[in-house]
Design a protein around this ligand. Sequence first.
Ligand code: ADP
Ligand code: MG
Length: 156
Amino acid sequence: MKQLQFITQSFKETRDIGKRLAKLVKPGDVICLFGDLGSGKTTLVKGLASGLGAHEEDVTSPTFVFLNVYDQAKRTIFHFDLYRLEREQELFDIGYEEFFYGSGVSIIEWSERLGPLLPKERLDIYLEHTGEDVRDIRLKAVGERYEQLLSAVRIR
Ligand SMILES: Nc1ncnc2c1ncn2[C@@H]1O[C@H](COP(=O)(O)OP(=O)(O)O)[C@@H](O)[C@H]1O
Ligand SMILES: [Mg+2]
């Protein structure tokens, strides 16, 4: 399995990883984020969204709904935050498959809540809060498409 690790020391460095991914994502890509509150998940989404031409200020964790759509960008971005998801059925209710397997890019906070609905092929990103402003960020490709994507990520 292909993996990449970054240690970031600021909000901006984490946001930059999102921006770099923005250059590489294709329609239908799914990025799954794992990490506690404050680990930098939304920060990565800000980078991805702004890299694709959305307004960074529009990117916030959707607290009462679990999906934000940014469609003013080069690619439509589906930003899920499943923290408050209670049952998988809620995902079926909104027709999640159209988002995950459509032509936008999906990025999902609290992906562990997907359980069996976790896509078989995806880019997993694990974030850990290891110091005040330090985050350990690991990108893991699951499936060929994402191995290819990770191979294209430049390590500065
Ligand atoms: N290296 C870093 N990477 C990302 N965020 C950082 C970093 N250092 C400090 N921070 C701060 O940590 C917080 C991360 O918040 P956020 O991205 O919303 O996390 P999450 O969505 O995982 O709860 C922000 O307030 C950000 O400014
Ligand atoms: Mg968040």
